[in-house]
Write a protein that binds this ligand. Structure first.
Ligand SMILES: NC(=O)c1ccc[n+]([C@@H]2O[C@H](COP(=O)([O-])OP(=O)(O)OC[C@H]3O[C@@H](n4cnc5c(N)ncnc54)[C@H](O)[C@@H]3O)[C@@H](O)[C@H]2O)c1
Length: 102
């Protein structure tokens, strides 16, 4: 069965809590597909622990959103960053535009 591809923004303490939560959902319908964090150690430790390959770890969450096209995004950053990250996650991606062309 196909799994939902999730992407985590911010790989700190609460990111780990959320990631474990997704993996504990019965039947594991969710795959941790990608992660983003500005700190390289946070990216490496989180990615290694949760088995996210290096090519799916990003310093720039916007780049992750554009490249990974996840089914959903889990914003685990500091509160003051939530608005800009949530708005970016909800924005239509250029490659997902469904604009009819004459
Ligand atoms: N830790 C808890 O038990 C807990 C519980 C409830 C709520 N919270 C809330 O969750 C939020 C995160 O807390 P935490 O404990 O995980 O913090 P944390 O410091 O452990 O992790 C935050 C991570 O965000 C990263 N980050 C910073 N700027 C970024 C950016 N632009 N893009 C991507 N990543 C970026 C940091 O490098 C860090 O790894 C806080 O607002 C906190 O109040 C935490």
């Amino acid at each position: 069965m196909a799994k939902y591809r999730s992407a985590i923004i911010a790989c700190g303490t609460i990111g780990r809590v959320h990631a474990r939560g997704w993996l504990d959902v019965p039947g594991q319908p969710t795959e941790l597909a990608a992660c983003a964090d500005t700190h390289p150690d946070a990216r490496r430790e989180f990615g290694d622990f949760f088995g996210i390959p290096p090519e799916h770890r990003y310093a720039d969450y916007r780049e992750m959103l554009d490249k990974e096209r996840p089914n959903f995004v889990d914003v685990c950053s500091w509160h003051r960053q939530h608005a800009e990250m949530t708005i970016a996650a909800a924005a239509p991606r250029p490659s997902s535009a469904r604009i009819p062309w004459p």
